[in-house]
Design a protein around this ligand. Structure first.
Ligand code: C5P
Length: 223
């Protein structure tokens, strides 16, 4: 079934991106990084210096926003904001916090939910985010919720940031992760939580490749 959607939700740093990419490659599906979309919106709103509390201004600012995600090479995705490659900028720790703030606004969620559903119409998708199984694709056949201990997630996030040339302070990253998860889980709209029918996977003690194999077996066993 080429139209199938696999959803992978969970807190930051649980390994969602790596796992979703690999799973998509194995299934020959498209990988959809919805966090990158929220990050791009955050960057756009910040650059325009719009007060997000001003509903009309936010709406106008969102109207002149086009986001594209383009596959690049084996394992990478380019994030285009109105045609500009912002892949590097949006993946910083700071833009994660900006994305989390902006993601609580209903106009932002409406716009991205629509875009995400449109992308699913074209074929098989592995969709990664916070509300993929609960809100955006409630009918998805395969839903996973990927979790890991906060300390392990902070460790992985630091590793990732170092690979990008940043010099993260581990304690600060752990605090940021805990704050962002708390904000994401306690917001009124599309809060971070597992869908009732999601398979919950804890990756704290599991190599990411083993998680991919587990998910594949689960998907195939179901099919
Ligand atoms: O996954 P990533 O860390 O890139 O997500 C950045 C932020 O975007 C999250 O902390 C969350 O607030 C928001 N987000 C969301 N819904 C999604 C994906 C991301 O609210 N589906």
């Amino acid at each position: 079934d080429k139209k199938a959607v696999v959803t992978i939700d969970g807190p930051s740093g649980a390994g969602k991106s790596t796992i979703s990419r690999r799973l998509a490659a194995r299934l020959d599906y498209t990988y959809l990084d919805t966090g990158a979309m929220y990050r791009a919106v955050g960057l756009h709103v910040r650059r325009r210096a719009v007060d997000a509390e001003d509903a009309e201004a936010l709406e106008a600012c969102l109207e002149e926003l086009a986001i594209e995600l383009l596959p690049a090479g084996d394992d990478d995705v380019l994030v285009l904001l109105n045609g500009e490659d912002v892949s590097g900028i949006v993946r910083s720790a700071e833009m994660g916090l900006v994305a989390s703030q902006i993601s609580a606004y209903p106009q932002v969620r409406r716009k991205l939910t629509e875009l995400q559903r449109r992308l699913a119409a074209t074929g098989g998708l592995v969709a990664e985010g916070r509300d993929m199984g609960t809100v955006v694709f409630p009918d998805a056949l395969h839903k996973f919720y990927l979790d890991a201990a906060p300390e392990e997630r902070a460790r992985r996030r630091c590793e990732q940031l170092r690979q990008r040339g940043e010099n993260p302070e581990p304690k600060e990253i752990l605090e940021q992760i805990i704050k962002r998860d708390h904000d994401d889980a306690s917001r009124a709209l599309a809060p971070l939580r597992p869908a009732d029918d999601a398979v919950i996977v804890d990756s704290s003690q599991m190599p990411l490749e083993a998680v991919v194999e587990f998910m594949l077996a689960n998907i195939k066993g179901f099919a």
